[in-house]
Design a protein. Sequence first.
Length: 134
Amino acid sequence: GNLALREVHACAQRVERCLQAEKWCDLPPLMRALSSALQQTASMLPNAPATASNTPDDSRELSSSERALALENLATLEQAFAHNSLADEPLTRLCRQIPAAHAQTLRAALELFDFDEARRTLAAVRDWLHAQDS
């Protein structure tokens, strides 16, 4: 077996349990661990693409106008997901504004058409955005 994929799987399971238990305060370090495991795995792939440098990490503070735009994109996505549909432009914009781990989790859920997981991820993103206010 591949040890890197085991780590990704273990991190993803911890994130899933945290989401199911609605332990939002525990989520940021788990998302960072998952992001790190994914990046480590990606770095082992031949010809792996570089990670997106325009995606902020959890420590980056957004300006109030960036937060407002992110919340607007998030609301548009929530409406689309409620109807099991996608909104590509707001998704692309939001993924540029949020931590890479959230963006990766959101995109992975959408690749599987798991709108429930996508909505849970949006809730975590909303919490992250509101934490930026404090």
